[in-house]
Write a protein that binds this ligand. Structure first.
Ligand code: SF4
Length: 392
């Protein structure tokens, strides 16, 4: 079957999705075990554009039941530092799962298994929850969001939540030899490696309310009123990216996936309904291209950090610099250290991330790998209240 994508316009997550599914041919799912992988990895409420709307998941469950699917499971593993049960409650996944009598599992609590990544450029093996052995059909249900490292995060990137525990962070820490990378970032290569062995069977992209700008967590919500369905998730992602105002070939991981033959990203080669779908194109504010902005009173000591630490730092400085303003060293500057090769840093430097642990006696250490901004903030507020900051 060729790549087929349908786009629906509508603000009601449940009704728009169910209408799409009723018009979308699925394979015979009778008795087959299905895993629904939403984005429910953060503490966010439905409609904030950070996590999948539970109405979209509910529509998928109802449709699967109508088609006679066997056991249906919703599975997710949260980002580091997030309480899983709180996230399941906040995102509405717990409520949907209970009302529908569907199992909702924390994939990080399942025993892991390793799978090989044949031909992987950055990944040779990955660890995933062993429940995947029993799954016949995977549905990826992401939110339509921009992403500071990958431009967009859609159904393929959403599969990163199937990596077991710390394996998720490993994707952000990979380095790749220049001659292998050929100009691409290790993270984009890793996503395409991952997708070669963790490929969803169906994509349902929740663009009812998405996120623009500083995604995946700190952007602004975007009421796009869209649902995108596709039997090839790469093609569905390409169409969704175009609807967000990006050309798919300019999104590195989508281009790599296309080059790898995992899916068509040229829209002219994809069967897309309705033909006039581009009239629903809605411009998502792109994520910042590079993490540099002028803060003359901040000195960042970055020795070997990975992208996850950098993005946390970026968000902190962008949004919460005022909180740090009271922590100035002798040169009247705010010193921050990240990365695994930190050595010569001034006494009193604010050290963020577990890699900075080895020099923690030289400053104020905030743990986390990757460090989560909300956790870093909590620690910083504690420092302020305890009078630990130099000038507070
Ligand atoms: S602490 Fe930061 S730099 Fe170190 S591995 Fe974790 S995310 Fe990367």
């Amino acid at each position: 079957m060729g790549s087929r994508v349908i786009v629906l316009k509508g603000i009601d997550p449940y009704h728009t999705t169910i209408k799409g599914l009723q018009n979308f041919p699925l394979p015979n799912l009778k008795g087959r075990r299905v895993l629904i992988k939403p984005n429910a990895a953060r503490l966010a409420l439905p409609g904030e554009g950070v996590t999948t709307h539970p109405g979209v998941v509910e529509a998928a469950i109802d449709h699967l039941n109508e088609k006679g699917a066997g056991e249906i499971t919703i599975g997710e593993s949260c980002i580091f530092g997030v309480d899983v049960e709180q996230a399941f409650q906040a995102t509405g996944m717990r409520e949907v799962s209970e009302r529908k009598g569907i199992e909702l599992i924390d994939l990080d609590q399942v025993a892991p298994m390793e799978i090989n990544v044949p031909g992987g450029k950055t990944l040779k093996r990955i660890r995933v929850p062993s429940i995947l052995k029993k799954i016949d059909y995977i549905i990826s249900i992401p939110v339509m969001k921009t992403h500071m490292h990958t431009r967009v995060t859609l159904s393929i990137k959403n599969m990163k939540g199937l990596l077991w525990r710390r394996e998720k962070a490993r994707l952000h820490q990979l380095r790749c030899e220049r001659k292998v990378a050929q100009g691409d970032k290790a993270l984009d290569l890793a996503i395409s490696d991952m997708a070669s062995v963790l490929f969803p069977d169906l994509a349902i992209i929740d663009g009812t309310t998405g996120l623009e700008g500083m995604g995946p967590a700190y952007g602004m919500k975007k009421e796009a009123g869209l649902i995108v369905l596709g039997n090839n998730p790469v093609s569905a992602d390409a169409v969704a990216a175009r609807l967000m105002g990006f050309y798919p070939e300019e999104i590195p991981h989508l281009r790599l996936l296309g080059e790898r033959g995992l899916g068509e990203i040229q829209l002219s080669n994809i069967s897309i309904e309705p033909k006039y779908f581009l009239k629903w194109e809605t411009h998502f504010e792109p994520p910042p291209f590079q993490f540099s902005f002028s803060l003359p009173d901040v000195v960042v000591h970055d020795e070997g950090s990975c992208s996850a630490c950098l993005s946390t730092l970026f968000v902190l400085l962008h949004r919460y610099k005022d909180l740090l303003a009271s922590h100035r060293l002798g040169d009247d500057k705010i010193h921050i250290g990240i990365g695994k090769y930190l050595e010569n840093i001034p006494e009193g430097t604010l050290l963020i991330g577990n890699c900075a642990n080895k020099v923690k006696e030289r400053g104020i250490f905030v743990k986390g790998c990757p460090p989560v901004s909300s956790e870093v903030l909590k620690s910083l507020r504690k420092c302020v209240s305890q009078g630990l900051f130099q000038n507070s």
